[in-house]
Design a protein around this ligand. Sequence first.
Ligand code: AMP
Length: 187
Amino acid sequence: MRLVLLGAPGSGKGTQAARLRDTLGIPHVSTGDLLRAAVKAGTPLGMQAKSVMDAGGLVSDDIVLGMLEERVAQVDAKAGFILDGYPRNVAQCAALEALLERLGQPLDVAVKLEVPNELIVERIAGRAAAEGRLDDTPETVRARLRVYAEQTAPVADHFAEIGKLVTVDGVGELDEVFQRIRKALPA
Ligand code: AMP
């Protein structure tokens, strides 16, 4: 199964993706995690990406696509993957489609987690306290939510147009939301 998880920062995508990985036995591919690893390792790409990430902006499409291509080419992704944090804009949608077509591995479904903005801000504040992510400051969070509304929200419209979008209520206990996602997945 190849699936994309969509949702605002703090919508619970990362947590749900990890659960799906454990249940479905396919890797969780998070472009945010790939980028954070590159920053931590101090690679040239990571150094380039760091300031953009700290400001809550989007890292260049080329950099992220390169990392993604490398990741999905690995052997554990042959049986499928859960994509988290990609695509983030309409150009990335087209790049993903082209990549998956080249690999002969079309996307099965895009799942969008819906969570109201007030709750998102609360959740991110909690995560900032727990994980100490540098891009979880109030200003950066506002910037990331703005980027999401302007650039990432249209991604869901694209998947709806091609008939691959399912929308799931992301408010509730983790288990509850997880069960909703499972029910929404194609058999
Ligand atoms: P995330 O962990 O998905 O919230 O991503 C953290 C940060 O990494 C984002 O705020 C962006 O700066 C960057 N990032 C992650 N995925 C992408 C992407 N697909 N395109 C551009 N930037 C990304």
